[in-house]
Design a protein around this ligand. Structure first.
Ligand SMILES: NC(=O)c1ccc[n+]([C@@H]2O[C@H](COP(=O)([O-])OP(=O)(O)OC[C@H]3O[C@@H](n4cnc5c(N)ncnc54)[C@H](O)[C@@H]3O)[C@@H](O)[C@H]2O)c1
Ligand SMILES: O=C(O)C1=N[C@H](C(=O)O)CCC1
Length: 266
């Protein structure tokens, strides 16, 4: 069986390192290159703390795609860089699996259109942890019965985007089934700006950033005399890797755009 040839962008990042280990330890995958801001021309194996690998490091993304001709790009960078990488990969008909968060609604629409234009599969997954995907699905289920909901997402303090991609996706999934409602007292006023968090169609999203955290979210529903809390916690980044593998294996079999792992998990 031919191996899936993979390029990883952001290999020295917190998620990138895990992804490099996943690809190098998976029999059916071949790491053919990585894209970094530094160390052009070195091999991955020459980087401190990385396992033996002859995969070349590129600082020029397009040069990397042209030289190593991967099947799949795994992007774990920043929103601006991730957007550029994903668009470029689609133009080369290379299938992106994107964990990078912070894309706008317009960004996602543009990527969906590019995907269709180039008939190339693409998976954008705000959260690769299976438990987090279930949390989102359960929250959508609960929102049919509870109209009032607040999302609290908690992440490490090095995170760039707020609210998290998972919180935005959760709010979108809930809003697909929830009766539109502006929550809280109609006359409520913030005496300190931001006290009620971000407003997504009347639901509130609160972002906590603290050292010691990895990735956590709770979705709180309230109704007369009762509350329901649905919570997920990732305690390490290897919790995301089975989802990355599922996404890589699935993207190889499709030529459409998928936003969210819930669309490919049975
Ligand atoms: N989908 C998920 O399940 C999931 C899980 C964790 C993190 N994330 C997201 O993944 C992204 C990365 O998270 P992280 O914690 O690993 O961040 P990080 O800051 O540790 O890593 C990002 C890496 O991208 C690299 N980078 C920046 N610009 C680059 C460029 N032009 N070319 C190549 N590399 C470049 C940086 O050098 C850095 O090593 C974030 O958007 C985060 O929100 C998603
Ligand atoms: O560490 C991060 O950054 C994470 N980001 C994702 C998000 O924005 O939802 C998911 C989990 C970790």
């Amino acid at each position: 069986m031919e191996k899936v040839k993979i390029v990883i962008a952001g290999p020295r990042g917190r998620m990138g390192k895990e992804a490099v280990n996943l690809v190098l330890s998976t029999e059916s995958y071949e790491l053919v290159g990585v894209v970094d801001r530094k160390f052009d021309g070195l091999t991955v194996g020459e980087l401190d703390g990385f396992p033996e690998s002859k995969a070349l490091i590129y600082t020029d993304f397009e040069k990397c795609l042209q030289e190593v001709e991967p099947d799949v790009l795994i992007d774990l960078t920043t929103p601006e860089v991730g957007m550029f990488h994903t668009k470029t990969a689609l133009k080369y008909k290379i299938r992106p699996v994107v964990g990078t968060t912070g894309f706008s609604k317009e960004d996602l629409e543009e990527l969906e259109q590019l995907c269709a234009e180039h008939e190339t599969g693409c998976i954008i997954a705000p959260n690769f942890a299976v438990g987090a995907v279930l949390m989102m699905k359960f929250s959508q289920m609960a929102a049919r019965y509870f109209n009032d909901v607040e999302i609290i997402e908690l992440h490490h303090d090095q995170k760039l985007d707020a609210p998290s991609g998972t919180a935005v996706k959760t709010a979108q999934m809930i809003s697909d089934v929830r009766e539109p409602k502006k929550q809280g007292h109609p006359d409520e006023k913030e005496t300190i700006q931001g006290a009620r968090g971000a407003d997504y169609e009347g639901m509130h999203i609160h972002s906590v950033r603290l050292p010691g955290l990895i990735a956590h979210q709770q979705v709180l529903f309230g109704a007369d005399g009762q509350t329901l809390t649905i919570r997920h916690d990732s305690y390490n980044r290897s919790s995301f890797m089975s989802g990355v593998k599922l996404a890589v294996d699935t993207v190889m079999k499709m030529d459409t755009f998928v936003y969210g792992l819930e669309n490919i998990i049975e």
